[in-house]
Design a binder for this molecule. Structure first.
Ligand code: ADP
Ligand code: MG
Length: 261
């Protein structure tokens, strides 16, 4: 059964999409069957996976509006090593079009039920907002991965996000949990970043991944080639950090399953 993670943070530019693409690539490299769902109308995760968002006919938009089934919209990317549910600007209209439709918060969840056996991990790259698209991701996910930058206001923003997850848990999806917090784009020479990283550990303890993703130019360059950092320059520090994150995610998952048994 697939483990479904929503990669979310209402702040933009914190590394959600970069984490979605590179964690997908890392998990695939470690032999896992992965589906990456792009839920941001910007389509960055789609492009970053080597799929031209302007050329895909069927996207996650058609899935949400019940105009297509999952197997009709999934793109298989040999080069990436994982499957992609693409997004493009069409998706920007979905929120308005869904407004008067039934079960609008559960569209993604329902669509994924059919795919649960086909994947080990499903990663959902969320838009930088707490809108209906993100709500669909939170209703569909088993748990949330929160990438964040260790800067002054980061903890404040986290409170809103944690409250949103609590609300979703009380209503739409009682099973949802926070899987992990990821320190992304980390600069160890910055003392404030160090302090915030320590505070984060203090607040969230084991929820904070041991793996820290360093700021690394190869990670930033990779998307312009339609590649993950792991496919672009596997030896780079950024790529290796994401591979390490994939290992940590698998370890946690194995620990969780062990605890359940
Ligand atoms: P979000 O999806 O949260 O908006 P992105 O993943 O798109 O954030 O990242 C924002 C920008 O920062 C992008 O240009 C991306 O290439 C860059 N970036 C992300 N992670 C790193 C990193 N570890 N090192 C260098 N640049 C990064
Ligand atoms: Mg993004």
């Amino acid at each position: 059964m697939a483990r479904i993670f929503a990669i979310t943070n209402q702040k933009g530019g914190v590394g959600k999409t970069t984490t979605a693409v590179n964690l997908a690539a890392g998990l695939a490299l470690l032999g896992k069957r992965v589906l990456l769902i792009d839920l941001d109308p910007q389509g960055n995760a789609t492009m970053g996976s080597g799929i031209d968002k302007r050329e895909v006919k069927q996207t996650v938009y058609h899935l949400l509006l019940n105009q297509a089934r999952l197997d009709e919209v999934v793109c298989h990317s040999e080069s990436a090593g994982y499957d992609v549910l693409a997004a493009n600007r069409d998706l920007a209209g979905a929120e308005i079009e869904l407004v008067d439709q039934s079960e609008r918060e559960y569209r993604l969840r329902r669509a994924l039920e059919a795919a649960a056996g086909r994947y080990d991990f499903v990663l959902i790259d969320c838009p930088p907002a707490l809108n209906l698209l993100t709500v669909n991701a939170l209703a569909a996910a088993h748990a949330v991965i929160i990438p964040m930058q260790c800067e002054y206001y980061a903890l404040e923003g986290l409170t809103d996000l944690v409250n949103t997850v609590k609300k979703v848990k009380a209503g739409l999806n009682p099973a949802i949990e926070i899987e992990g917090l990821l320190r992304a784009m980390f600069d160890p020479r910055n003392t404030l970043a160090q302090q915030v990283a320590d505070q984060l550990k203090g607040h969230f303890g084991d929820k904070v991944y041991d793996t820290v993703i360093p700021r690394n130019v190869r990670v930033a360059e990779a998307p312009s080639y339609g590649l993950s950092a792991l496919a672009y320059d596997k030896a780079s520090r950024g790529a290796q950090a994401y591979l390490q994150l994939a290992e940590e995610v698998i370890r946690r998952e194995e620990g969780r399953q062990h605890g359940k048994a």
